[in-house]
Design a protein around this ligand. Structure first.
Ligand code: FES
Length: 324
């Protein structure tokens, strides 16, 4: 099926199977302000207002006719929708919260999550499988344990005896000068866009290149991405004392490795929560970045975090909140 949705008051065509982000990228646009694109729900750099709801990850939103997408402003926050408060617009209906009690909540519908759910079910336990691909996203695990799930219809609060996190592994993103430019993406995103017929132009790959996408692998360490708004080239260095090498390109593909998607389990360290599959793996940490954007949707840079550290913020949660 093909159709159109609206982006900032103009029509965007989409093809069967497209997410909103893929259709926008195929049209030569970008759903947000630029930077690393993962198309896997990890980077937050595709968030936009969708049908009146801000901060929706458009790479996780299937395209459908009549959808209205509004990009967030380049500076400041998007308007919040709510009823009756000064400064808020477009009153929305009260949020619907559905509550349920089960034995096991499995987060992630990949191979390991499906297997964990099947094993628990075979043992006679009542299982709830939460998968972002179905539009349900587990956003927190609180005491109980209670799993908080966002759905297209509202929220679900699932109390249970046990939680299994099977959310897989996220691709590492580059934190370096220029990582907020359009045209930077992970290997999985490049494969997805190439398969969807999106023109990537002249593409180079840093780290492990994708076999499925025409690109030139570059050796050496990534120093910075160059360009104005869009990528126009990349600078690398071979070895510590080697010369800098500039390579012109339209797209930089990042094959930098993986990190376990385990933040939900970390949030619930004292609760009966287990990790399986890629979420349970101990991946090697990348070197600490010295410059660049860390959080694209809030524009938080390495310098912002360093300044907070100097001001005495030494707790990760406090640094996160103080930097927004
Ligand atoms: S979260 Fe959507 S592109 Fe990364």
């Amino acid at each position: 099926m093909e159709g159109r949705f609206v982006l900032d008051d103009r029509p965007i065509p989409y093809r069967a199977g497209d997410t909103v982000a893929v259709a926008i990228l195929r049209a030569g646009e970008h759903p947000a302000q630029g930077g690393t694109v993962c198309l896997a729900g990890d980077c937050g750099n595709c968030v936009a207002e969708v049908d009146g709801v801000a901060y929706v990850r458009t790479c996780q939103t299937p395209a459908r006719p009549g959808l209205v997408v509004q990009r967030h402003p380049a500076v400041g926050q998007p308007p919040l929708r709510g009823a009756g408060r000064a400064g808020l617009t477009n009153p929305s209906p009260r949020l619907r919260v559905e509550r349920a009690d089960v034995d096991v909540v499995v987060i992630g519908g990949g191979d390991s999550g499906t297997r964990a759910a099947a094993e628990a079910g075979a043992a006679g336990r009542v299982v709830e499988l939460i998968d972002a691909g179905d539009g349900s996203e587990a956003v927190a695990i609180y005491a109980g344990p209670t799993v908080i799930v966002r759905t297209p219809q509202g929220m679900r609060h699932l109390t249970c005896r046990e939680v299994v996190v099977a959310a897989g592994a996220a691709e590492l993103q580059a934190v370096c000068p220029g990582n907020d430019l359009k045209g930077l993406m992970t290997v999985r995103a490049a494969i997805q866009l190439h398969a969807a017929g999106v023109d990537l132009g002249v593409a180079v790959a840093i780290g492990e290149p994708p076999n499925e996408v025409p690109c030139t692998p570059l050796s050496g360490r990534l120093l910075r991405i160059e360009g104005t708004e869009r990528v126009s080239g990349v600078v690398t260095r071979d070895g510590e004392g080697g010369d800098e090498r500039a390579t012109p390109c339209d797209t930089v593909i990042l094959g930098l490795g993986y990190a376990a998607r385990d933040p939900l389990a970390r949030m619930a360290a004292d609760l009966p929560v287990s990790l399986v599959g890629g979420a349970a793996k101990a991946f090697r940490l990348p070197p600490a970045p010295t410059a660049g954007t860390i959080c694209h949707c809030s524009g938080v840079t390495v310098k912002d975090v360093e300044d907070l550290w100097e001001r005495g913020f030494r707790d990760l949660e406090l640094v996160k909140r103080a930097s927004l």
